[in-house]
Design a protein around this ligand. Sequence first.
Ligand SMILES: [Cu+2]
Length: 337
Amino acid sequence: MVFWLNIPLANAFMPIQGTDTAGRVDGLYTFLLISSLISFIILIGGMTVFVIKYKRKTDTDKTAYITHNTFLEFLWSFIPFVIMMVIFFWGKSIYEDLRTMPEDGEEIHVVASQWAWQFKYRNGIKQFSKQGVNKENLTGDIEKQIMAVPLNKPVKLIITSTDVIHSFFVPGFRNKQDAVPGRYTTLWFQATQLGDFQVFCTEYCGLDHSNMPATIRVMTPENYQKWLADNKPSESEGAGMSAMAQNGMEIYESKCRSCHSIDGSRVVGPTWKGLFGNQREFEAGAAVPADENYIRESILNPNAKIVKGYPAAMPPYQGQLSDEEIDNIIEYMKTLK
Ligand SMILES: [Cu+2]
């Protein structure tokens, strides 16, 4: 069910529409605005008319004694009910669109901290929106601060935080997601307009909260590929593997290899081949898909969920691996199809 309503009214109040989803959100807002306006006119207008028309004019003036009117009472319950249900299903359809992550999206890691955003690309590029931390940098090298994304391609952000809760908000995309320490959250968008889009932090995160903006720059896919190639750190050449995965592989070789294979064979623990995205079953019964949060938990607190058929033999790596190293291990696992 796709609702589409896009009248210029919303555009007068809303930021530029950088995605199709933004158009859908504005459509719903316009509907809310217009239906509220009509209700307001009927209610306040009707009240004003009655107050004037039935004002007591003499001391003996009496209005008729009306007990109820079943038909009217039904209508003023049923019509709002129908309007509310329209809003509910309309909102639900947009929400589902916002929360259904693309399968083949361009993935970018976003790390929030007090008070800046870091954008990490698979090929090793690290961008840092340091305006907030260091005000002199506002006019500094903007090229090192932007998040570059391709036009008309789904982009998936994997978001986390190193300290407190922040929130990644792109008004032009009508899209917002909390950045939570110790956990990964996701957000996606598909930009349909070239240009720069402002990012704000919308979760009060301390002194410089208002001063942690960032910029998303939408480029044509060709310019984006060129940007990726031009900004790639020179040391990040690997065997067809991204810089993040490359680093993940090094950690695997030194810390995890003794118990995990990457070729499907069983060692002490389960193989990492085909692990990412696969449904996992546990000794305790329940099952979850192996997503970023599950892998993270399995590394930091392996005994939280014991994989079915395996001993609880893995040591916890809490405090021994940095968030960045865990991100890299996950990127490496994603390559082990
Ligand atoms: Cu913040």
